[in-house]
Design a binder for this molecule. Sequence first.
Ligand code: APR
Length: 180
Amino acid sequence: MPRIELVVGDLTAEHVDAIVNAANSSLLGGGGVDGAIHRTGGPAILAECRQLRTTVLPDGLPTGQAVATGAGNLHAKWVVHTVGPVWPGPGPEEATRRRLLASAYRESLALAAGLGAASVAFPAISAGVYGWPADDAALVALETTAQSDAAPALVRFVLFSERMHVAFRAAADRLALDAS
Ligand code: APR
């Protein structure tokens, strides 16, 4: 089980081995975390994403999967791009999408560990533009991380607001996780 940290801050300012981007399937940028990573990381990251699209990912990155690039000007060795699901609203679709959100975390953790990253920083995937309710987004993030059998030694969740930090703290307490 990795050491889990919860902090309020800007993901693009993190000094870790791998930074996880809440991307979309196109891998060609967007708003939120995606926009911030490309703005701060610089054009080298987008150039690698374009290269992926013209080679191994012609149809884009499927929801729940992860792919790595360099980190450009960020204080990291890699950016792990993953695509979370859009929240479908309450109903039968939610369980399926929730498994895709868990997959986004699990695949990102495994890929970062496979690259040799000793530390990884995550945003609250799908909890912004994609509309996933904060409390459940936090639960999925933390339960998936706690259950992962391949993860860097340090997993840090970098939350962009005190509200999201409270949601993650409450989820850690509910799961009886030791998150500092
Ligand atoms: N650092 C940390 N967290 C951030 C930052 C940042 N610089 N910017 C935004 N966030 C937070 C948001 O407040 C939210 O809690 O990251 C979480 C995820 O929000 P989004 O970035 O909107 O990601 P998501 O909900 O997964 O939607 C993905 O948004 O930006 C587009 O191209 C992206 O289409 C994709 C979609």
